[in-house]
Design a protein. Structure first.
Length: 135
């Protein structure tokens, strides 16, 4: 997360107010003492500024607004559920129909499906003709 309040290392900052207007360069301590710390945070806009080479841009942000934005962001991002269907080349026809019906149900529910067809062990190699027949 971005540095906020006392986590900001610079002594001077470029201050951006609640309306998003750049106010100028001020001492960090002066800005921190000028607002209600229970309602607002002073957030650095850069993740890390390069060791005092640049004065960081810091914005005053309402804790309540930031909480609402994060809550809304969590609700709008869909959680993609993933399922994996593993098949071997020696799968029986009944087992294959059952697994395919399960995969159809998963797709209808909105799951993302990954199908993996592999050899069970090295000694159980299947020839290409039987693989084509299975597919």
């Amino acid at each position: 997360r971005k540095p906020r309040d006392e986590e900001i290392k610079s002594q001077y900052i470029k201050y951006v107010n609640l309306e998003g207007q750049l106010q100028g360069t001020y001492p960090l301590k002066k800005i921190l003492s000028s607002f209600d710390r229970k309602k607002y945070w002073l957030l650095s806009q850069e993740r890390r500024h390069q060791e005092q080479k640049e004065i960081p841009i810091c914005k005053l942000v309402s804790k309540q607004e930031l909480y609402k934005k994060n809550k809304q962001k969590q609700q709008t991002t869909p959680h993609i559920l993933k399922k994996e269907l593993k098949l071997t080349w020696k799968v029986s026809p009944n087992d294959l129909t059952h697994k395919l019906s399960r995969s159809k149900e998963w797709l209808e529910k909105g799951y993302q499906l990954q199908v993996v067809i592999s050899d069970k062990t090295k000694k159980d190699r299947y020839n290409q003709a039987n693989k084509d027949k299975t597919i």
